[in-house]
Write a protein that binds this ligand. Sequence first.
Ligand code: IPM
Ligand code: MN
Length: 354
Amino acid sequence: MTYRIAVIPGDGTGPEVVAEGIKVLNAVAGPANLAFDFVYYDLGGERYLKTGEILPDSVISELKQFKAVYLGAIGHPDVKPGILEKGLLLRLRFELDQYINLRPVILYPGVETPLKDKGPDDIDFVVVRENTEGLYAGAGGFLKYGTPDEVAVQSSINTRKGVDRCLKYAFETAMKRDRGKKLTLVAKTNVLTYASDLWFRAFEAMAPQYPDVTTDYAHVDATCMWFVKNPEWFDVVVTDNMFGDIITDLGAIIQGGMGVAAGGNINPEGVSMFEPIGGSAPKYTGQKKVNPIAAIAAAQMMLEHLGEAKAAAAIEAGIKKTATQLQSMAAGRMGYDTTQVGDMVAKYAAEALR
Ligand code: IPM
Ligand code: MN
């Protein structure tokens, strides 16, 4: 089987970590009887600064023809905040209708967590973040811009269809997992009496279709506390776009930091896109200091999504074995450089398939 994959290395350290992910994919390809045809797209801050182009429509149509998209990072210090984020990353998520942002929070053995007395058995959950609506939909505007009477409105868009398809994916994710089959809805029903109310009613309405799944509800503020105090309570968490963005940074830090956290922008019926969630880390660009494990874990998620469970499991084994050998997951403190860490995962992943 040959998979055509679009690769967007992007900005900052994106290209460095993507190179390691590709290395690992190529290392498992032979032993797993797969082949990859990688097609690179030059998108990001540099291209925007040079040509003014962010994401040509023709590229969007081309991306729709791939099996998946593999993304490094978007964000450039010389570009005003919002331009690349909205014009490139969010536009890709929206145009490809990747309505799920799937973000596993797994503490690998040997990785240090800032949480006292918590280990890999306690930190193993997944956040299902809605990825096309909410505050990210871009609904709003200014009145009397720049004057003392200025008004800014930013509305959260929550459609019943959008909420239902996200909840369905979350229930099905809970069914597939082997950790108690518990699904926690995270919202803010005590204040967001319209948006969170819709989520809550839709959640209650869907639950009877999944009698094997235990349902729970937590306010988003309390969730931040429980992630730290009792992460073992969570199995699958489902939430809206903004809350999901915030709580997954917290999730990333309890699993060892941005160097480990990966995510998938999933369109179950279309083209999905996989990325490390840490951003472009511009101050480390070109220094081979950042941890490629997040990008490699994103490649693993891509293989899982493509149905290549064996190859994906081999990458996971490679990551776990490598993680125990690093001094730290943090940039510049791994005890190895970016390339060496990629080499280690590639070697161990290939060995796992022998
Ligand atoms: C993320 C990022 C993005 C988001 C930004 C860069 C638009 O923070 O993937 O979590 O808010 O979704
Ligand atoms: Mn984020």
